[in-house]
Unconditional design. Structure first.
Length: 193
């Protein structure tokens, strides 16, 4: 699990999509204060600003800090706090993966505007450019994205929130790993297997 193992989101396509009943949030438990939480290792390359804690358990390798900067948190390596957060992350991952019914999305979601809901790509999920998440004036709108394998963003990609969408209500459930391109502005929790 690279990058951040806590992630977000699921939405419905606004072009012709009908909003569904409210989607409940995914509870992160003790994993909530972690911006990055991995099982084996965390590797940062370049100058990254991480707002929140960085942790790893059962592994203990955390590399790339500095040049990466951790604000509003600490780095935890294979300690009881990171271990409990990993256990809670597994519960959250299974919750997000089990959400139904999902709306199918193509591999590439850049250039789309989505409303709250559950979205699924059977294989990888990619973001080139901007995906806009529209809460439609509902601050409790939840977006859950399910990716069968990987999540990859191109450099300079953006997850844009509008009309009251909240970063804490966006979840990216990823079957294997996530790789965020340089200068990506990413929002939500990545839950990577």
């Amino acid at each position: 699990m690279s990058g951040r193992d806590i992630a977000t989101a699921a939405l419905m396509l606004t072009s012709g999509a009908v909003a569904s009943a409210a989607t409940p949030t995914v509870g992160l438990g003790t994993a909530d204060p972690f911006a990055v939480l991995a099982g084996a290792a965390v590797t940062n390359t370049g100058v990254s600003n991480i707002s929140g804690s960085v942790g790893v358990s059962a592994g203990s390798a955390v590399d790339g800090f500095p040049p990466g900067i951790v604000t509003d948190g600490v780095i935890r390596r294979a300690d009881p706090v990171a271990a409990q957060a990993q256990a809670d992350l597994t519960v959250a991952y299974n919750d997000a993966a089990g959400r139904t019914p999902p709306t199918a999305v193509p591999v590439e979601i850049g250039g789309r505007t989505l409303v709250s809901g559950v979205y699924k790509a059977d294989t990888e999920l990619g973001l080139t450019g901007t995906v806009t998440l529209d809460a439609q004036s509902d601050p409790n709108a939840v977006f859950i994205f399910q990716a069968g394998s990987t999540l990859t963003t191109a450099s300079n990609s953006t997850v844009n929130l509008i009309n009251g969408a909240q970063p804490c209500n966006v979840f990216w459930q990823v079957g294997s790993s996530a790789a965020l391109g340089t200068s990506t502005t990413f929002v939500g929790s990545i839950l990577a297997l």
